[in-house]
Ligand binder design. Structure first.
Ligand code: A2P
Length: 283
């Protein structure tokens, strides 16, 4: 499994397994087992996915070596604030039955439209994550769904810039300006929902292009994001698909192919804007 080095030297696998909506204990156990066998070491969970406890149990029951895993978790919106963020992380550690997280992320920025002091609350929450990082509870701290203005605002008060920013990213939905901004500052980008929640995979253009290259539409989407420098987090409970999603080393996308995919209109996915969204579900 290829790895990418974060600014602080920590290595993160370039492909990980998304676990959103996998809440059933037995199904999660089987999923983690299959993923580990296929070579996955990065697992992306979140407080809002309500599967931390089942995930922790799966790792323990399967006797997976903790040091081999990269466990990434996220702080939910009910836990904004300096003390609250730290308490939330400690609760998550207990649920996951681990002493440390490899990465801990703010799941969503505080919504500006609902909260007048959203900047202060983002800054305070981040200060809580910095404290967790200093204490060694987490090996890296980051954010999700942060737009450029959120990152700029955060950098006014932060001692440590986020090591990663996880955003929805797939053909039809990507932000070249944000990508460049993060790359310049050493903020690793992660593609959440890199298959547009599966909705992209029946698109005729993508299927045709994939067929011509002898790959699947899923592999095409993932390779595109990888070539843009993203860590990708496809979700599946199916072992064959896990294999397919991790095997993208045998082909490259040409400059022209990349440009075609860069230019596609929105084809599906969540398509949320963190300044506009107010109906959070836990994604
Ligand atoms: P399933 O879990 O039944 O395999 P995303 O990662 O963008 O959120 O997309 C996840 C969705 O895509 C899930 O519905 C998942 O279904 C489906 N999926 C994941 N990998 C593949 C694949 N290689 N081929 C087809 N569908 C896939």
């Amino acid at each position: 499994m290829e790895k990418v080095q974060l600014r602080n030297g920590v290595l993160i696998p370039s492909v990980g397994l998304g676990t959103w909506r996998i809440t059933d204990r037995e199904q999660l156990l089987e999923t983690v087992d299959s993923a580990y066998q296929c070579g996955y070491r990065l697992f992306d969970t979140a407080m809002a996915y309500t599967n931390e406890m089942a995930f922790g149990r799966a790792v323990r029951e399967l006797k997976l070596p903790r040091e081999e895993l990269f466990i990434q978790d996220k702080l939910w919106r009910t836990c904004y604030g300096y003390a609250e963020a730290q308490e939330a992380c400690k609760r998550s550690l207990k649920k996951l039955k681990t002493d440390y997280l490899d990465a801990y992320l703010i799941h969503w920025p505080v919504p500006a439209k609902q909260c007048g002091n959203y900047r202060e609350l983002n800054a305070e929450t981040w200060r809580g994550l910095e404290q967790l990082y200093r204490e060694g509870c987490v090996r890296a701290i980051g954010v999700c769904n942060f737009k450029q203005h959120h990152l700029e605002e955060l950098s006014e008060t932060a001692s440590v810039l986020p090591f990663m920013n996880q955003v929805e990213c797939h053909p039809g939905m990507w932000n070249p300006e944000l990508t460049a901004y993060c790359k310049e500052r050493g903020i690793q980008l992660e593609a959440g929902s890199p298959l547009g929640n599966g909705q992209l995979l029946s698109d005729e253009r993508l299927c045709l292009m994939a067929e011509k290259k002898g790959v699947t539409a899923a592999q095409l989407c993932l390779k595109w994001a990888l070539q843009h420098g993203y860590v990708v987090l496809p979700k599946t409970t199916n072992k064959e698909r896990m294999r397919e999603n991790i095997e993208t080393k045998h082909f490259e996308l040409s400059r022209d192919e990349m440009l075609i995919l860069d230019g596609l209109p929105f084809l599906g996915g969540l398509g949320l804007d963190s300044d506009e969204v107010n109906n959070f579900e836990g994604f």
